[in-house]
Ligand binder design. Structure first.
Ligand code: HDE
Length: 698
């Protein structure tokens, strides 16, 4: 029997670094595999056997160590926000908040602070798809000089519930139903809507969740919000309330619902890939960082409670001050070690940032530290490289524990001690002046288990949100409600949700009832009568993105015999706007252009549908087009681009394909010549005027 060949040429080098950790580099050609304890391995292809045909020997510690490590490669995924994508970058302060806070990170203008940002879906498991209808997590770890600050937010400024004690119920209701184990990553099912109908406080968040905000085009094109109200505390211990905001440089953009569902099949990693590729190509995602600051008096004047996380503060009445920017410029080196093991804790705040009494936030202050123990398995999870306080040393008298990675020296593991008087190291001491201090806020009094009266208005801001939307966005929101409630099999649940919607807006409730073809039930009783607030255009998405192709992607479908000059002109014009071009061809080996030149393909047609592009062009020959007419992938490519309201540029030879795909002429269907100019304006946006022709909306 032939002996298997052993190879070891491409093994990564394991380099010991300070502190006894190891990290790997891939470049040393003489690097050799060792066991985890440094013993060189001579053969990584064959296990140790008694004779050439076995049995295997228990003595083989190389095999056992390797298999055992593999057996334990997974850690429990996050109970929520399990599917995430992340990147490294920096935060730069552009305006000092010294009047309000003593946090150095928010007062030293021009200072750059290293960050790690993780974006996530909420409901699905770690292996679920990127584009379900779902809220997105927006968590940023700032490695400040005064300890890590974790701003663990979402892409929506409000939340479903007012009190942390309802969080396990909310999450149980939205995740897979517990007897059947489905649906994965979807809120369109009985238990979610049953819970929502019974929780009127969720109505405002439901407006956001059913808007296009929950089907983002890209993680780079999402707003972010701290959601809970925090405090800033200055050097004189004076406190103000603060809300945190992130605004994407590329604007806020979304997909169409039908498109999002199809992307889930075409590219389950659509958002993860998009973030990775953008950073890899040097198109670094960027956000403005802003704050809304309110004094106690200003907060008291609001028509709702600033501690209620189901409410936002309209930016028209309380403007956002932009004070910094975040740029993500480096992909993680290792998904597990960084994106999976990063542990965000809302309790991580530098001196000068403080909590409010928001009862949702108060529960979060316990939960995150606690969850890391079952997820990362050790009280020493802060020692993992991604979680370490990089901007400053950490030192205290805590010791030992599972997976202690440090080797603390000396006897000082208690405080107070007077070891210094005996010439020994006495260890670190508390810092009353520079340390984190809680603002001396008075409490309301007695110990009570109740919901404050000031939290009773559940509908005014839901109404504000709905009525602030454009007609197109209102139609999408109503249609999303129809879609979700149509997946709900209980008539009484649908009726209860409709009864709640009547408190938001009668026309919305009617639209949804019509879309379901059910009678409108009686209006639900409201704990507090809703008030009409001044519309807030800032709550829209439409009109919130720049008139540019920047950061987007155009797919050009080509065939043999296509006109290379048109492809070239398109590429030049699109790339000049900061967008990317992908060539799609019937075969991955590419095509031969008119004149005999070869053109390489980036993707094969069946695996590269138009849903993954923002606009498409069809540059085909007469013969090539005739062949495409009998390929459903080509017809879908064109049809979907049309119904997803995308611009379609085409050479005249593509007309039969346009006809077969049901494309009718409009301003977004553009004949291409060697000048690509006319294709650009429609490609920069969606063709909203087309929507009534292609979709029945509620
Ligand atoms: Fe979380 N949340 N949450 N959450 N949350 C977690 O912590 C929790 C809430 C948010 O990329 C968990 O490390 C409670 C609001 C994000 O790693 C857990 C309550 C907001 C992430 C947890 C809330 C969030 C989490 C699960 C109600 C927006 C992912 C794994 C009081 C401001 C962070 C983990 C990442 C993760 C608890 C409500 C955002 C279980 C109890 C409101 C972005 O600790």
């Amino acid at each position: 029997m032939a002996k298997a060949k052993t190879t070891r040429a491409s093994a990564p080098k394991v380099v010991p670094v300070a502190g006894g950790e190891t990290h790997q580099t891939a470049s040393d050609p003489n690097a050799r595999i060792t066991t985890n304890h440094g013993v060189p391995v001579s053969d990584d292809q064959n296990s140790l056997k008694a004779g050439p045909r076995g049995p295997a020997l228990l003595e083989d510690f190389v095999l056992r160590e390797k298999i055992q490590h593999f057996d334990h490669e997974r850690i429990p995924e996050r109970i929520v926000h399990a599917r995430g994508s992340a990147a490294h970058g920096y935060f730069e302060l552009t305006k000092s908040l010294a009047r309000y806070t003593r946090a150095k990170m928010l007062t030293e203008v021009g200072e750059r602070t290293e960050v790690f940002a993780r974006f996530s879906t909420v409901a699905g498991g770690a292996g679920s798809v990127d584009t379900p209808r779902d809220v997105r997590g927006f968590a940023v770890k700032f490695y400040t000089k005064e300890g890590n600050w974790d701003l663990v937010g979402n892409n929506i400024p409000v939340f479903f519930i007012q009190d942390a004690i309802k969080f396990p119920d909310l999450i149980h209701a939205v995740k897979m139903e517990s007897d059947r184990g489905y649906p994965q990553a979807a809120s369109a099912h009985d238990t979610f809507w049953d819970f929502i109908g019974l929780m009127p406080e969720a109505t405002h968040m439901i407006m956001w969740a059913m808007s296009d905000r929950t089907i983002p085009r890209s993680l780079r094109m999402m707003e972010g919000f701290g959601v809970n109200t925090f405090r800033l505390v200055n050097a004189k211990d004076e406190a103000v309330f603060v809300k945190f905001h992130w605004r994407p440089k590329l604007g806020t953009q979304s997909t169409c619902w039908d498109e999002a569902m199809k992307i889930a099949g075409a590219d389950p990693d659509y958002h993860r890939r998009d973030l990775h590729d953008a950073i890899e190509s040097g198109a670094f995602p960027e956000w403005e960082f802003g704050v809304q600051v309110l004094t106690q008096e200003q907060a008291d004047a609001l028509p709702f409670d600033i501690l209620d996380a189901t409410k936002l503060i309209p930016e028209e009445s309380h403007p956002i001050q932009v004070v910094g920017r975040m740029v993500l410029d480096r992909n993680p080196d290792n998904f597990f070690a960084e994106t999976e093991q990063v542990a965000f804790l809302p309790t991580n705040v530098p001196p000068g940032v403080d909590f409010s009494e928001d009862p949702l936030l108060q529960g979060r202050l316990f939960s995150y530290q606690d969850t890391q123990l079952s997820r990362l398995g050790s009280v020493n999870f802060h020692q993992l490289p991604i979680n370490q306080a990089k901007g400053c040393p950490f030192q205290n008298l805590q010791r030992d524990g599972h997976m202690q990675m440090q080797v603390p020296k000396g006897r000082a593991n208690y405080e107070p001690n007077s070891l210094a008087e005996a010439g020994e190291d006495g260890g670190p001491r508390e810092d009353p002046k520079g340390g984190v201090r809680t603002a001396p806020v008075a409490t309301d009094g007695g110990k009570l288990r109740l919901r404050a009266e000031s939290f009773a208005d559940h509908y005014s801001q839901a109404r504000l949100f709905y009525r602030s939307q454009t007609e197109i966005e209102q139609a999408h929101l109503a249609s999303a409600l129809v879609f979700e409630l149509s997946k709900c099999s209980f008539g009484h649940v649908r009726a209860r949700v409709l009864g709640n919607l009547r408190n938001v807006d009668e026309t919305l409730a009617e639209r949804v009832a019509n879309g379901l073809n059910v009678a409108l039930p009686a209006k639900s009783a409201a704990a507090a009568s809703p008030i009409d607030m001044k519309a807030s255009p800032a709550l829209r998405i439409l009109g919130k993105y720049p008139d540019s192709l920047m950061g987007r992607s155009v797919g050009i479908l080509v065939t043999d015999g296509a006109d290379g000059a048109v492809v070239k002109a398109l590429r030049k014009a699109v790339e000049a706007e900061g967008a990317t071009v992908k060539i799609v061809a019937p075969k991955v080996g590419g095509v031969t252009l008119k004149g005999g030149q070869a053109l390489a393909a980036d993707g094969q047609l069946a695996g590269t549908p138009s849903v993954i592009f923002d606009a498409v062009a069809l540059v085909v020959s007469e013969v090539g087009c005739a062949e495409l007419l009998s390929d459903s992938a080509a017809i879908d490519f064109v049809h979907n681009a049309f119904v997803h309201l995308k611009a379609i540029g085409h050479s005249p030879q593509a007309q039969p394909l346009l006809d077969k795909a049901g494309v009718t002429p409009d301003a977004g269907v553009v004949a291409l010549k060697s000048d690509a100019g006319p294709f650009l304006p429609p490609a920069r946006t969606r063709q909203w005027d087309r929507e009534p022709e292609v979709r029945m909306l509620a």
